[in-house]
Design a protein around this ligand. Structure first.
Ligand code: AMP
Length: 273
């Protein structure tokens, strides 16, 4: 696997394939890779000839007091995992590459970013779209692989790509889960054994909400009874715009806290006919 640490090399690398008419996929990550990230790389091969993963812990999507400094950094293990799935290149941009004019979000994510995650982490999506727009300019990918695990993020980025007319396609990849249904996340590493036992209730309760076995209020209550300390939201929405659609929603989404760890999850809901 080619390791790329500066923009000039990235340019040469991408151009050399582009000249041969090859398609390039980008897999954006913040590292601490797990099977969910690996699935994005594997899936990317169905869409492109060359797969570039990048690892960049993006400072502008963390607010003061969030886990930027303690976010898990496991580069050697990440490289092993990427080599095991034959990822073609790993791009490790520097903060200067991404933010040449100072570390701040320079793109606003718009309306779709306001509910749910945006209401609880107002800085977050501006940081995400700013870093991705810069990455897209620098690497000019044909396709970009993103996880449905971060469902609102996926929709926000699709909207930004459409608004800015980036000539690329965002592909959403289904959430990878562990044997208990817990959505894989780099932040699961923070969970104690006792917290893990509570965490695995999240997908089960969300499934009951998706199947209309519980109302939003009942599902929220069930999360608290299961042991979650706080529920930021547990709701059904219209998948495309994340707006409430009380009559006929098609996505359920939740975010809940276990101690210092915030977990999110979502799944499809069958529309009524
Ligand atoms: P992150 O490193 O957490 O920023 O995630 C990088 C990419 O991997 C994002 O597009 C995430 O949605 C995706 N991702 C994270 N966890 C999972 C998962 N369990 N299944 C599928 N994709 C995931």
């Amino acid at each position: 696997m080619k390791k790329i640490e500066n923009i000039a090399l990235l340019n040469d690398y991408v151009s050399s394939y582009r000249e041969k008419g090859k398609l390039v996929a980008l897999v954006p990550t913040m590292g601490a890779l797990h099977a969910g990230h690996v699935k994005l790389v594997e899936e990317a091969k169905n869409y492109a000839d060359i797969v570039i993963t990048y690892i960049f812990v993006n400072p502008t999507q963390f607010a003061e007091g969030e886990d930027l400094d303690t976010y898990p950094r496991t580069l050697e293990a990440d490289i092993e995992k990427l080599e095991a799935v034959d990822c073609d290149a790993l791009w490790l941009p520097s903060v200067q590459d991404i933010y040449p004019n100072g570390v701040e979000a320079n793109i606003q994510a718009g309306e779709i970013a306001k509910p749910l995650e945006g209401a609880n982490r107002p800085h977050f999506f501006n940081g995400v779209v700013s870093v991705l727009a810069r990455m897209f300019v620098l690497s000019a990918p044909d396709v970009v692989m993103m996880g449905e695990k971060d469902f609102q993020q996926l929709q926000v980025v699709k909207k930004m790509v459409a608004d800015k007319k980036f000539p690329l396609e965002i592909i959403g990849v289904e959430t990878a889960r562990d044997e208990n249904g817990l959505a894989l996340s780099s932040r699961n590493a923070y969970l104690s054994e006792a917290e893990y036992k509570i965490a695995i209730q999240l997908n089960k309760i969300l499934k009951q909400l998706a199947d209309n076995e519980l109302s939003e209020v009942e599902a929220t209550q069930a999360l608290i009874e299961a042991g979650f300390d706080k529920v930021d939201y547990c709701t059904h929405r219209e998948a495309e715009n994340l707006c409430p659609n009380p009559k006929n929603p098609d996505r359920v989404l939740a975010a809940a806290w276990l101690g210092q760890t915030r977990l999110i999850d979502n799944m499809a809901m069958k529309r009524k006919t």
